[in-house]
Every structure is written in C-alpha cells, then in structure tokens.
Write a protein that binds this ligand. Structure first.
Ligand code: CTP
Ligand code: ZN
Length: 145
C-alpha cells in the first residue's frame, strides 16, 4: 500500500501494531480538519508489523503521553517534505492526569481537583506508582484518561 508523503507536519512511526487507533483517538484526529492517515499493520523489518500515523499539519503534541502509551515510537518532524528531526520517545519519569488510580481508598478517588500523578518506579517493567498511595500501574496496557 502506498500512502503519500506529507508536506509539513508529523509522522509517528514504529507504533506497536494495534496501538495506532488509541493514539489516533488520544490526539483527537478523528475530527481533524487537515489531512491525516492511520496506517495499520504496515510491514516492518524490525517489528514485523507496525502502525504509522501521518499528520499533514504542525501540531503541538505531548511527547511524554505518547512515550507512556508506547515508548518505542519514533516521531519524525517533516518540513517542506523532508524529515528534519527524529525524536526517539521513552517512558516519561512522571505522568499527570493520564491514568487514574484504581485504589478506592486513594485520595484521588474520594476528592476531586487533585491531579492524578504517577511516577516511574521500574523502567524495565514499565511500572508506575501513584504519588499518593503507591498503587502500581503497568504502562501501555490500560486506557489513558
Ligand atoms: N515521511 C512522510 N512524508 C515525508 C517524509 C517522510 O510521510 N515528506 C514518512 C516516511 O514514509 C516514513 C517516515 O516518515 O514512514 C520516516 O521517514 P524516513 O526518515 O525517510 O524513513 P526511514 O529512514 O525508513 O526511518 P527510520 O530509520 O526511522 O525507520
Ligand atoms: Zn492512588
């Protein structure tokens, strides 16, 4: 399948196959007024299959949330049809208001207006802990807020 190159914007590449739609939704691209593409199960030498998102528009995206959803992503910034920068994402040290603590006794469960804050405690296991009650959460499997 051939998908056109973009002019000015972002190509989100090396997305774990199957995760593309979640990122597409997180970025609210379903209602975008500019040209976007979600490519699923593209053949990849390194990954077997991968998803790709092409956005032909300059967007300000939160790389830490993207890295939390899938740390193996490469973000390509495209200007005048050329890749001018490649950003290799990774698991962020902290995420705020991205996931919710599921401990019913956590202060964030009983009170509103408190940021849902998690810090990375084990990079290899992609494990985060709630800042208030230490409830553990594994990145990349649950849903973002
Ligand atoms: N791309 C695009 N429009 C452009 C330039 C690039 O859609 N004007 C896309 C390419 O199709 C590719 C991605 O952006 O999916 C990265 O482009 P490039 O760096 O040229 O490819 P590779 O060298 O294969 O990237 P990598 O080494 O990161 O796998
Ligand atoms: Zn908690």
């Amino acid at each position: 399948m051939t998908v056109q190159k973009i002019k000015n914007g972002i190509v989100i590449d090396h997305i774990r196959a199957g995760t593309g739609p979640r990122i597409f939704n997180w970025l609210k691209l379903d209602s975008a007024p500019f040209c976007v593409a979600l490519i699923m199960n593209a053949p990849s030498n390194a990954m077997g299959k991968k998803d790709i998102i092409k956005i032909d528009n300059v967007l300000d995206i939160d790389y830490s949330v993207l890295g939390f959803i899938d740390p193996n992503i490469t973000v390509n910034l495209v200007e005048a049809e050329h890749v001018v920068k490649k950003i290799q994402l990774s698991l962020p040290a902290k995420v705020e208001n991205v996931i919710r603590c599921r401990n019913p006794r956590c202060i964030t469960s009983s009170e509103t207006g408190i940021p849902h804050s998690f810090k990375l405690v084990d990079r290899r296991r992609a494990e985060y802990a709630c800042e208030y009650c230490d409830e553990l959460y594994r990145a990349g499997i649950g849903d973002v807020l």
